[in-house]
Design a protein around this ligand. Structure first.
Ligand code: ADP
Ligand code: 5GP
Length: 205
């Protein structure tokens, strides 16, 4: 009888990317999803308003405060946190289904979300903290993205606070050259897939 080879029969994993806003998580996330088969994005629920380019159900599931509170009360969120005064949370059901099916999920969530996700799914979570080359580069990226001066100031202050949590993560990647950062993240995911602890495979008797 033939068995599926190692790494084909395995539990999925949660690859978490956290970074100060403006570092490039969205850009990196898109590049990884385009490049790596078997990887899908966890679409968070949020009470913030959509940006012009954002589509409900694709980039976020946009909820009113009341609807979000109902999701929390129903236990429909694996974790949730308040970021810049708005609530964000990870829907529970799609994550459970993907992990059981051996599919990997990419998360763009902050350090609070990573901490909660790791506590909820110990052993299934690989965390990468992404840093900009410098705070002045981060400022340029925020300005270049079109953030208002008030948002830039708020996000730079947030970056200093976020950076305090980098040691909680398994890996740190500098998003300087985009292709290099994508290559590092790809290497992290491919290596994590091969971890002995993830395998459901058994050697042939
Ligand atoms: P985040 O999702 O972390 O808030 P974005 O992906 O929106 O950040 O990136 C912020 C800005 O920086 C965008 O304008 C993006 O095009 C730019 N950017 C992202 N990565 C790089 C990079 N490696 N080099 C130069 N600019 C980048
Ligand atoms: P933005 O509003 O710029 O899309 O995201 C703001 C922050 O919220 C980012 O740091 C992002 O990582 C975080 N975030 C997005 N979704 C979630 C989530 O489901 N849970 C948590 N804890 N943080 C999230």
């Amino acid at each position: 009888m033939s068995h599926p080879p190692p790494n084909r029969l395995r539990r999925g994993l949660c690859l978490v990317l956290s970074a100060p806003s403006g570092t490039g998580k969205t850009t990196l996330t898109r590049a990884l999803l385009a490049r790596i088969p078997g990887l899908s994005l966890s679409v968070s629920a949020t009470t913030r308003s959509p940006r012009p380019s954002e589509i409900d159900g694709v980039h976020y599931i946009f909820k009113s405060d009341h609807e979000f509170a109902d999701m929390v009360a129903d236990g429909a969120l694996l974790e949730w946190a308040t970021v810049f005064g708005r609530r964000y949370g990870t829907p529970r059901a799609p994550v459970a289904a993907a992990l059981a099916a051996g599919q990997d999920i990419l998360f763009d969530i902050d350090w609070q979300g990573f901490r909660a996700l790791r506590a909820a799914l110990p052993g299934d979570t690989v965390g990468v903290f992404i840093v900009p080359p410098s705070l002045s580069t981060l400022e340029q990226r925020l300005i270049g993205r079109g953030d208002s001066p008030a948002q830039v100031a708020e996000r730079l202050a947030g970056a200093r606070a976020d950076n305090a949590h980098w040691r909680d993560y398994d890996h740190v990647v500098v998003n300087d050259n985009l292709n290099d950062a994508v290559a590092s993240l790809t290497a992290v995911l491919l290596a994590a897939r091969t971890a002995t602890s993830r395998q459901l495979w058994q050697p042939e008797a």
